[in-house]
Design a protein around this ligand. Sequence first.
Ligand code: ZN
Ligand code: ZN
Length: 391
Amino acid sequence: MKIIIHRGSHQIGGIAVEIKTDSTRIIIDMGDELTMDNSYMPKLLNISGVTDKNGKCSAVFFTHYHDDHTGQLPNIRKDIPIFMGQLTKDILLATMQNAEQETINRIKSAKIFEAGQIQTIGDITVTPYSIDHSACDSYMFLIEAEGKKILHTGDFRTHGFRGKAVTKILRGLIKKVDVLITEGTNISKANKEIITECQLQHKVKKYMKEYKYVFAYTSSTNLERICGFAKAVPQGKYFICDEYQYKLLEIIKDQLEQYSDLYNIKKTTYGINLLPKFQEKGFLMMVRDNSMFRKIIPEFDKDKSIMLYSMWDGYRTHPESTIPEFLALAGKWEYLHTSGHAYVEDIKEMVKIINPSCIIPIHTDIPEIMLNLFPDKNIIIPTDGEEIEIK
Ligand SMILES: [Zn+2]
Ligand SMILES: [Zn+2]
């Protein structure tokens, strides 16, 4: 069996991993590189037999809907089947409304897998396990072929609302593996204080008591965070969002409400006719930096307002960022965020449970840190495109 990290061996995002036997090839994720440059045109990722006709590929699997894992989806040859979770498909379709029809049709053609359901592709089997990440339909994949077990973690963490399930899955279902391909976004941040989604929710409750008008700025697809915030709104106050956000919250409600009340959100869309009611009762309003919210925010008394900035701080501190000016519209603002990725402690715990013979870090700027974290393990640090033979 061979593993190739086509991209993502030395960077966060832009991920594509290949696993192949003599007769079967599968790809996991085909993402765009992350950038803060708005004019950036994503570089095409060319993989022989996947993006052209020079070879065969049996399937492409997606771990979750984030762009750094799905952005190159339109570039995959049309006859190759693609696989993803149902919610991933629905969210991609909802967020890609302005994409070309061909891309929309391609997403519609995706085959759906369910957590725990084994997918057989030639002589490779892939079992997806639903895990915790800032995208709400994210999976780890257990890949089995030629008598070997590989765990591809995708992006994951243990400090979200479903974080505890990760350890249970590793301990009870995945157990021992031969090879671990793990995300390492936060491996350079040892001893960093871990803030949980639950703690963020408690802070929102506190702000809702202190301020009549609370604005929260986060990614519209960070849906578990948004649901967590919405559940912090006390009775008598509104939870407000725009129609786009409303639609995304309806999608997650339809699919996940049966598993947890977290996803059953009482919400109101912003309408100018409701302005007097909003001013009278107070609210938590989900906002984004656009012309609509730039008009709405100044309608409310600054002395009674606060904005909660709930995204990676690098977006704010970037020299060309317009976010500082946007945050100032509410008068005061506070930073309220936690990472969507595993911390060093999570990765150590995972390695202890599944005891891999070899570890391949991806989705990290500095994979070499793994050598220090696990001096007793066989750590493979490949370059993009290099073939790794697993014996
Ligand atoms: Zn990612
Ligand atoms: Zn992600």
